[in-house]
Design a protein around this ligand. Structure first.
Ligand SMILES: O=C1C[C@@](O)(C(=O)O)C[C@@H](O)[C@@H]1O
Length: 244
C-alpha cells in the first residue's frame, strides 16, 4: 500500500493520520483555533476556508500566518455548497485563493473531483511536493458502486483519493469499509474514506484497518456530521496509538 504523506506527516499501517479542521468564520477566531490546534495531538490541520465570512479577502500573508501558528502541515479546503460546504463555487476566486495558498506553502489542496476540469490552469501550477486530494462527498446516500467509484477516482490527476458517503444503514458502513479494503490493497495512491453521521462513526475509528489512511476528528469545531473528538479517538485506539 502506498503510504499517505502530507508535509512531514506520514501514516503507518498501525496508525492513520489525524486531521482536525479550522471552521472559524472570522480572522481572529481562525488564529485562536490555529493556536489551540498547535498544542493538540493531531498530525495535520485542515483549514476549511469556506467557513470564512470574508473569504474574498484572504491573502498569502493570512495563510502563511495560519501555517506558522499551527506548526503542522495544512490541508487547504474550499468545500463548495454543492458538496455540503458553505461557499458557492466561483472559478476565478477559487483559483486566485488556491494560488495564494500555494504561495504561502500549504502541504495539500483539497479539490472536489467535479472541479478538476474547470481548474486545469491551477493544477498545472501545483508543485510536486504539494499533495492534491481529489474529493467526492455524497451527503445524502451511499452509492452502490463504491469499488468502481474509487477506481474511477484513482484515474484522475490527483495524488490522494478521498470519498465520504452518508450511510442509510449499518450495512452501508460495512460496504464502505469492505470496498475501501478491496481497492486500497492494489491502489497506486493513498485512500481516505469515511461514512458520515452518527451511524458512520465506526468508519472514522476503524477505517485505517481497511486502508483509509487519514481520519478527521475534532478539537475546536466539527466540519462534518459524525466526527469524534481527538481525545475520544485516542481513547478508542488505546495507549498503543498515543502520538509522540
Ligand atoms: O472531506 C472531508 C471529510 C469530511 O467531510 C468528514 O466527513 O470528515 C470533513 C471535511 O472537512 C473534509 O474536507
Amino acid at each position: 500500500m502506498v503510504r499517505l504523506k502530507i508535509g512531514e506527516a506520514v501514516a503507518s499501517s498501525e496508525r492513520p493520520l489525524i486531521a482536525a479542521p479550522i471552521t472559524a468564520s472570522t480572522w481572529q477566531q481562525v488564529l485562536q483555533e490555529a493556536d489551540i490546534l498547535s498544542h493538540s495531538a493531531i498530525d495535520v490541520v485542515e483549514w476549511r476556508i469556506d467557513y470564512l465570512t470574508r473569504l474574498n479577502e484572504l491573502t498569502v500573508d493570512h495563510i502563511r500566518q495560519v501555517r506558522q501558528t499551527v506548526m503542522k502541515p495544512v490541508i487547504f479546503t474550499w468545500r463548495t455548497l454543492a458538496e455540503g460546504g458553505n461557499k458557492q463555487y466561483h472559478a476565478d476566486m477559487y483559483e486566485r485563493i488556491y494560488l495564494n495558498a500555494l504561495a504561502a506553502g500549504v502541504a495539500a489542496l483539497d479539490i472536489e473531483i467535479d472541479l478538476l476540469k474547470d481548474q486545469k490552469a491551477l493544477l498545472k501550477q501545483v508543485p510536486t511536493n504539494v499533495q492534491i486530494i481529489g474529493s467526492k462527498h455524497y451527503f445524502d446516500r451511499t452509492p452502490h458502486n463504491l469499488v468502481q467509484a474509487l477506481n474511477n477516482m484513482l484515474m484522475l490527476p490527483t495524488d490522494i483519493v478521498k470519498l465520504a458517503v452518508m450511510p442509510q444503514s449499518t450495512s452501508d458502513v460495512d460496504y464502505l469499509l469492505v470496498s475501501t479494503k478491496q481497492v486500497a490493497n492494489d491502489a497506486a495512491k493513498p485512500l481516505i474514506t469515511m461514512a458520515m453521521g452518527e451511524m458512520g462513526m465506526p468508519s472514522r475509528i476503524l477505517g485505517y484497518q481497511f486502508g483509509s489512511q487519514l481520519t478527521f476528528a475534532t478539537v475546536t469545531g466539527s466540519s462534518a456530521p459524525g466526527q469524534v473528538t481527538v481525545s475520544a479517538l485516542l481513547q478508542k485506539w488505546g495507549s498503543n496509538h498515543d502520538v509522540q
